[in-house]
Design a protein around this ligand. Structure first.
Ligand code: PMP
Length: 382
């Protein structure tokens, strides 16, 4: 008998191809002529000279890698500075940085719950939250999207320790979570509230301090935030922000903190550089949101269906997965990079183009982007 334990993958690949759902990697050229409305570089900081210089300086001082886990050799003064400044900026007592936002979500969910806990999770939450719920071994109730009343009912069905978790801004449609309502429900049930502010940091709140600051919830007793350093801050990595005792607990109990190599110095340096820049130039935050609203207004006025953006993500409906893929490819041919979301990335099965607004887009670039999306649209637009 032949040895072929991966033969089953050919059937999987065929099924995926038949459904038009094959994904492939395409290296991004270092210098591109494409207009970028696909990345999460909301503030245009990933190539900002101050940010790249801060990364280079961090490498010169601390080396290319963290060299070990945070509890062994991977903690530097730079990590401590970044944690202090992130916490101060967002209005929390303490912060802890991770090698990714994904790891930060896994850490918070697994360390703050246990087998006897209940996690109440929004149906639209990011994959890293879904995986964190699974890893936690807690009972998980998935509730309808953006529905504090459903969260309240789920929490009331449970007597023990509980935590509700939500994205602040949902990555597919760009809509915001009802944070005030969720916080009230959590207070009523003595449950913690965990908010993934990956898409809110740098865009929402005063000078980009995030969705929790905007909602007046930053630093609240039962409130914990997770962040990524890879979107508005143009770097790489993640963080958990919360009360000091929560952060101290994570240092001792979160497996993706303890057993993972520390955040690379270059990433920590770049994130700190970006954070300081944002403090000096707070107008960047509001500008990203304004560009998103302008994109939305111009596309919907022309007849496309889109979700009104609450932050910097503009989600435009496509008639089918195939047409979404073709639409994104046609945009690319015309010089515009846009995101394309289709099953299984979208739980509701509705495919979309995903446009991300950037604070540094010029009027001319915004008009060019709108023109290209409309010119390549699969449906007739007025
Ligand atoms: N949460 C949300 C809502 C995200 O969109 C992402 C990134 N796609 C993450 C978490 C994961 O962050 P990272 O890319 O830093 O792992």
């Amino acid at each position: 008998m032949s040895y072929a334990p991966f033969d089953w993958l050919d059937d999987e690949a065929r099924r995926r191809a038949d459904a038009g759902l094959v994904r492939s990697l395409r290296p991004r050229p270092a210098e591109t002529e494409l207009l970028d409305l696909a990345s999460n570089d909301y503030l245009g900081l990933s190539r900002h000279p101050e940010v790249t210089a801060a990364a280079a300086e961090a490498v010169r001082t601390w080396g290319a890698g963290a060299t070990g886990s945070r509890l062994v050799t991977g903690s530097t003064a730079l990590h401590a500075e970044l944690e202090q400044e992130l916490a101060d900026f967002c209005g929390f007592e303490s912060a802890l940085v991770f090698s990714s936002g994904y790891a930060a979500n896994l850490a918070a969910l697994t360390a703050l719950t246990g087998r006897d806990s209940l996690i109440v999770s929004d149906a639209g939450n990011h994959a890293s939250i879904v995986d964190g719920c699974r890893l936690s071994r807690a009972a998980t109730a998935v509730v309808p999207h953006a529905d504090p009343e459903a969260v309240r009912k789920a929490l009331h069905s449970h007597g023990g320790r509980a935590l509700a978790v939500t994205d602040s801004v949902f990555s597919v449609d760009g809509d915001a979570a009802p944070l005030a309502g969720l916080a009230e429900v959590c207070r009523g049930a003595d449950a913690a509230l965990l908010v993934d502010d990956a898409h809110g940091l740098g865009v929402l709140g005063r000078g980009g301090r995030g969705a929790l600051e905007a909602a007046g919830l930053a630093g609240g007793e039962g409130v914990v935030a997770t962040l990524t350093l890879s979107k508005s801050l143009g770097s790489q990595g993640g963080a958990v922000l919360g009360p000091d005792r929560v952060i101290r607990h994570l240092v001792n109990a979160a497996r993706t903190f303890i057993f993972d190599t520390g955040l690379a110095p270059a990433s920590a340096g770049a994130a700190l550089g970006a954070l300081r820049l944002l403090r000096r130039e707070p107008e960047r935050a509001a500008r990203a949101g304004a560009v998103a609203v302008e994109l939305y207004a111009r596309l919907t006025e022309a007849g496309l269906t889109a979700v009104r953006p609450d932050a910097a993500v503009v989600s435009v409906r496509a008639p089918s997965a195939e047409s979404a893929v073709r639409w994104a490819a046609d945009c690319r041919t015309a010089g515009l990079a846009v995101g394309c979301f289709r099953p299984p990335s979208v739980p509701d099965g509705i495919s979309r183009l995903r446009l991300t607004a950037r604070a540094d887009l010029t009027r001319k670039q915004i008009s060019a982007a709108v023109g290209t999306v409309l010119a390549t649209a699969p449906l007739p637009v007025s």
